[in-house]
Design a protein around this ligand. Structure first.
Ligand code: ZN
Ligand code: MN
Length: 478
């Protein structure tokens, strides 16, 4: 459908900042409280209530801006964005308009089509959230929950630099990863702590002009980003190919139908009548404060990925898996610092540890030192790989020292040549025919005989050592 066409997408991403209290009052931001229990005169918009900015929210916003390479302005202005909506009792949202907190940054990410690219970040500003209209709680009535009213947000506006729905998704996942690394948000779309609106237009491949765009809203999960934008792109292409023109309008995505519908037009014509918030002075940040936040930024995902690949001699793919989340990256490094060989540690973290975490609320249940010990037990021949997996599972579930756990489970490999020689003699005695065939040149019977030794030991024999003992006995005179 899209061949011969190029899609032009810009994203406006709202991210809830991880603060205990709201943007301009002391109310809690905890998710899931009963409706309208986390409210006060300020966030209810009662007359005469005065807002007081949340310093932690500003600090987190500055860190997000710096991590995106934005210029953080020493002075920015909080502004009223006026509009009427039932979930906005004040009749305005405190946001920023022509003097935002930060401007002109970039986000580098891997495009599925173009490889490494970077999207411009036009601006990043702070604002407060509105409340929430709930349409399915009471028949024929809409309820309003103001717990979310006044929750601190940043809005990150990208340039129209994204060229496909898949690319938009890649940008968003990279942004989410970066914000999670910074610890400024949990970026959970299902809880509404990350929300995205997309500006979408299409043009003939090779064209450079920007055509009329629509805004797609109501994309409420990462899984829907690509779907919603694909539906809207295809709709626009169909309109133009049938001789029509794309109208500038807001489209709402319906995930159940995988369709977009125009929002009722009377809600479209916005005149927000922005003006500086009279109850708040301009936001002034000292150069020292900004510099302190800059120097205090953690290592970001792409830098960590590059360092892992170089420092631990890992493939780009393995380095990417291990740095996908900051928690996993730090866990991996702890395992290595506890003495595990880097590639073996990577293999264990990427398989057993991540699988276990996936089943247990992302908890990495085996302590790094214990995993390093398991890796060492395999390397030293004390545990077979299979046995080590059982020890891992046991330590994950019940804790304990891996060596003790392995012994208690009877999994420690026998590497004592006297004991091994006993099992080998038993096997050779019991399989005289095979031994004779082996000695007359049928060397492929080694596999069978070794299997018998492993069986006689009930899996406990160190297979490498057992094979050596077996070869020695077979080579000596009958
Ligand atoms: Zn409040
Ligand atoms: Mn906004």
């Amino acid at each position: 459908m899209a061949s011969g066409w190029e899609t032009v997408i810009g994203l406006e991403t709202h991210v809830q900042l991880r603060t205990k209290s709201k943007m301009f009052c002391g109310c809690s931001t905890a998710f899931g409280a009963p409706p309208n229990t986390q409210v006060c005169p300020v966030c209810l918009g009662l007359p005469g209530a005065l807002p007081v900015p949340n310093g932690e929210a500003i600090r987190l916003a500055v860190r997000a801006a710096l991590a995106l390479g934005c210029t953080v302005h020493p002075k920015s202005v909080l502004a009223r964005k006026n509009y009427f909506y039932p979930d906005l009792p004040k009749g305005y949202q405190i946001s920023q308009h022509d003097q935002p907190l930060a401007t002109s940054g970039t986000l580098s990410f891997i495009s599925p089509e173009r490889g490494g690219v970077s999207a411009g970040i036009i601006r990043l500003h702070v604002e407060e959230d509105a409340g929430k209209s709930i349409h399915d709680r009471f028949p024929k009535a809409t309820a309003v929950d103001l717990n979310r009213s006044g929750v601190p947000l940043i809005e990150i506006v990208s340039a129209p630099d994204l060229r496909s729905p898949a690319e938009a998704r890649a940008y968003l996942l990279t942004l989410k990863q970066q914000l999670e690394y910074l610890g400024i948000s949990d970026c959970d779309m299902e809880k509404g702590s990350l929300r995205v609106d997309a500006n979408v237009s299409v043009r003939r491949a090779g064209a450079t002009e920007l055509n009329t765009r629509t805004e797609v809203k109501n994309i409420n999960s990462f899984a829907f980003v690509e779907k919603a934008l694909t539906v809207e792109r295809d709709r626009q292409i169909a309109v133009v190919e049938s001789g029509g023109a794309v109208m500038q309008q807001t489209m709402l995505y319906d995930s159940k139908e995988n369709a977009v519908r125009p929002q009722r037009t009377k809600e479209e014509s916005h005149d927000y009548r922005y003006f500086p918030e009279p109850d708040l002075p301009p936001l002034v940040l000292t150069p020292e404060f900004v510099a302190e936040q800059q120097s205090d930024l953690p290592e970001l995902p792409s830098a960590k990925r590059d360092r892992f690949a170089a420092q631990y001699a890992l493939s780009r793919e393995h380095a990417a898996v291990l740095t996908a989340s900051r928690a996993v990256a730090e866990y991996y490094e702890s395992v290595v610092h506890a003495g595990a060989e880097a590639q073996a540690a990577a293999n264990w973290v990427m398989t057993e540890a991540l699988a276990d975490a996936g089943d247990h609320q992302e908890q990495l249940r085996v302590p790094p030192a214990a995993l390093a010990q398991i890796v060492a037990l395999v390397k030293g021949g004390t545990l077979s790989h299979q046995a080590a997996k059982r020890v891992f599972a046991e330590v994950a579930a019940k804790g304990g020292d891996p060596r003790t756990v392995a012994e208690a489970l009877g999994l420690v490999q026998v590497a004592d040549t006297n004991v091994l020689a006993g099992w080998v003699s038993d096997v050779l005695g019991a399989h005289a025919t095979e031994v004779a065939r082996y000695r007359s040149g049928e060397t492929k019977l080694m596999g069978f005989l070794l299997g018998q030794v492993m069986r006689a030991s009930r899996g406990k024999a160190d297979p490498k050592l057992a094979q050596r003992v077996l070869e020695e006995k077979l080579a000596s005179a009958p």
